[in-house]
Design a protein around this ligand. Sequence first.
Ligand SMILES: Nc1ncnc2c1ncn2[C@@H]1O[C@H](COP(=O)(O)OP(=O)(O)OP(=O)(O)O)[C@@H](O)[C@H]1O
Ligand SMILES: [Mg+2]
Length: 408
Amino acid sequence: MTAGVLLAVGEEALARQIEGLAQRSGAMVVTDRVAAPDALLRAVMAPGVDVVVLDGAFAGGGALEVARELTSLVPEIGLVLAAADRGDGLLAAALHAGFRGVVGVPVTARDLTAAVVAAASWAQTVRPRLAAPGGVDGRRGLGATLALAGAKGGTGTTTLAVHLGLAVAAASPSRSVCVVDLDLPAGDLRGLLGLPDLRSLGDLLDGPLTPERIDDGLALHPSGLRALVLPGDPDRAERAGPELVRAVLGHLRTRFDAVVADLGRGTTAVAQVAAEVADRVAVVVTPDVPAVRGANRLVARWGARGVRAGPVVAVLNRATRDGDVQPAFLSQALSAPLLGAAIPADTRALATAANTGVTDHVPPGPWRQAVARLAGDLELLPQQRRTRAPRRPLPADDPVPTEAQTRA
Ligand SMILES: Nc1ncnc2c1ncn2[C@@H]1O[C@H](COP(=O)(O)OP(=O)(O)OP(=O)(O)O)[C@@H](O)[C@H]1O
Ligand SMILES: [Mg+2]
C-alpha cells in the first residue's frame, strides 16, 4: 500500500524535509502541498489523498482547529500532526481534534513512516464503510458532486437538477442523492419538489456549522431524495456566504453518493465556490443563440476569475428535431464541449410535474430515459464515477435525439 499524503505545512524547511523523507520511504507519495487553510480544504477533496500531515504551526498555530474542521468535512482521511512539543497535553488535545498520529519535529523517517502508514491503513479501512449507501442516518457516501448552471434564465436548470437526482435514485435505489439549491436570489427547488417550509439553508446561518446541523437542515422528499432548499425569504437566503457553502458541500459529499447543486445563473460568489469544488460542472443551454452567448459568457467569466481548473461541459435541454439551432451548430458555437445526451422538449409532461409536485407526474418514457442517459454522461451513476476526463465534443453531424429515438 502506498499512502497518498497531502502536506499542510507552512514552514518551508520542514515541508521540504518531510517531502524528502516521504519520497525516500517508498511507502508514501506526496499528492500536494498547501500552506493555507483555504487551499487545504480544496486540496483534501482531490482523489488519492489518504493522509494529511499538518504541522503544529499551520494556520498560525490553529492546526487543532483545522483538524476538527477536516474531521467533520472529510472523516475518511487520516490526520498526522508534526509538532515540536510532544507533551501529554498536546497529545490529548491532538487526539480529541481527530489526529491519528503525532510525530516530533525534527521529523525522523521512522516516525513519519510509522504514523503515515497507520493513518493511511485506518483511512483505507473506514472509507468503504463511510461510502456505504444510505445518505444521512449514520451511513455515508463519497459523492460525485455536479454543479449545474443556466446559460440564461429559464433553460431548465432546476428541472434538470431535480430530475437528474431522481434518475440517480431510480437507477439504483440504494444510492443516496442530495439536491442543493444554490440559486440564492431566485431558487425555487422547494416549490418544484413540493416540500414544506420546515428545513432549509436558513437553519445553517446562525451558530456553529456542525455536521449534525447540516443533516438536520435537509428536507426529505417522498422519493427518498434529500434536498437542501432555500428559506422563503430571499434576503435571508443571500446571507449564506461562499465559505458556508463550501463547508456544506464538503460535508454533503461525505454523506451522499451523488450531490447535484443548482447554481441558477452561476454568477454569484456562492455559485462560483460551488463550481470550484464540484467534480463536474455543466452549463444548461437551450437550442437558441442567446443561450449560446450566455453559456460562453459564463464559461469565460469563470475562466477569467480562475474559478474552474477542470472542464465545464454544456448540456442541451429542450432539444427539438426541427428547430433552427441544432447540435452541430451548438458544438461549434459553444466554448464548452456539448454532451451527447440531449434532453428533448416535452412541455406536456413537464408542465404537469412542475404544477403539481414532481416525481409521480413525469411518466416513465423517453423524457426520463434521456435524463437517465444524461446522468450517466455526467458520471452520476456508479460505474462512471470519479473519472474526470473531459468528454469529447459531439461530431458536427450528430443529430439531436428525437422523441422517437429516445423511446428505444
Ligand atoms: N425539456 C423540457 N421540456 C419542456 N419544458 C421544460 C423542459 N425543461 C424545463 N422545462 C420547463 O421550463 C420552465 C423553466 O424551467 P426551470 O425552472 O427548471 O428553469 P431554470 O433554468 O431553473 O429557470 P430560472 O432561471 O428561473 O431558475 C419550467 O416551466 C419547466 O417545466
Ligand atoms: Mg431555476
